[in-house]
Design a protein around this ligand. Structure first.
Ligand SMILES: Nc1ncnc2c1ncn2[C@@H]1O[C@H](COP(=O)(O)OP(=O)(O)OP(=O)(O)O)[C@@H](O)[C@H]1O
Ligand SMILES: [Mg+2]
Length: 230
């Protein structure tokens, strides 16, 4: 286990259901992620990518084994402590953006910080800087319906990075984007990693996305079958 690692999975497994109905979404898995990595979790549909991301992002707990984020064991925390650690450490870009339709781009980004308890001035400054860095300067006051799919996805990225958490998790961030927009999004994430030193873990089936990653972890039937660092 790497000292100072951002993330450690120590025999972490996740299954759903019981007996005949039991589904092993993730078999016992060991994994270490260091700060500043840029990782793609690949593998066919149903191979366990979302399960692995959710465990890594403290959205879910392992059925056995341990998940440690900055040395803190997710299973040893109370629900409230886990939620506050998640807010402190992890930003999420969800596949279906999850933007609130009644809020503008700026308000969507600010909202992610409101729930983290940041003050109004800091929220406003961070939102402006995040929206600018994703190339949405001038579109801050648009509602999601007034933005293209790619622009909405960039608002979702701005929302994930604005609070400045050390880890950003993105489950199939390019799934709803055309290839040009998808590539631009990946370049943007890479630039943020280089500039801000954030760690990114994203999932994808897309060869273009895997190409952009510095490390590709491939899952098959709930096991890591390949782990290649370029
Ligand atoms: N809440 C759940 N209840 C029961 N089974 C589940 C649940 N969530 C996931 N699974 C099962 O666990 C396995 C892994 O699912 P997971 O969502 O991690 O796959 P994935 O690699 O993200 O797939 P996709 O590429 O389709 O998003 C699948 O067989 C899935 O059906
Ligand atoms: Mg998935």
């Amino acid at each position: 286990m790497g000292k100072g690692a951002l993330l450690n999975l120590d025999g972490a497994a996740r299954f759903y259901g019981e007996g005949e109905n039991r589904v092993d979404a993730l078999l016992s898995t060991d994994l270490t992620v260091e700060e500043g990595e840029f990782i793609c979790v690949a593998g066919p549909s149903g191979s366990g990518k979302t399960t692995l991301l959710n465990l890594s992002g403290l959205l879910d707990l392992p059925s056995s084994g341990r998940v440690l984020v900055l040395g803190r064991d997710s299973g040893a925390l109370s629900k409230g402590a886990r939620a506050s650690l998640r807010r402190e450490l992890v930003g999420f870009v969800f596949q279906a953006h999850n933007l609130l339709p009644v809020l503008t781009a700026r308000e969507n980004v600010e909202y992610s910080m409101l729930v983290r308890g940041l003050g109004a001035k800091e929220r406003s400054e961070r939102a402006q800087s995040a929206l600018t860095s994703v190339g949405l300067l001038g579109k801050e006051d648009k509602f999601p319906r007034e933005l293209s799919g790619g622009e909405q996805q960039r608002v979702a990225v701005a929302r994930a990075i604005a609070p400045g958490t050390p880890l950003v998790i993105a489950d199939e961030p390019t799934a709803n984007l055309d290839s040009v927009t998808g590539k631009a999004l990946m370049s943007l994430l890479y630039e943020l990693k280089e500039r801000e030193g954030m760690t990114f873990i994203f999932s994808s089936h897309d060869p273009m996305v895997m190409e952009c990653a510095e490390r590709v972890i491939t899952l098959h039937d709930g096991s890591i079958v390949k782990d290649n660092t370029k």
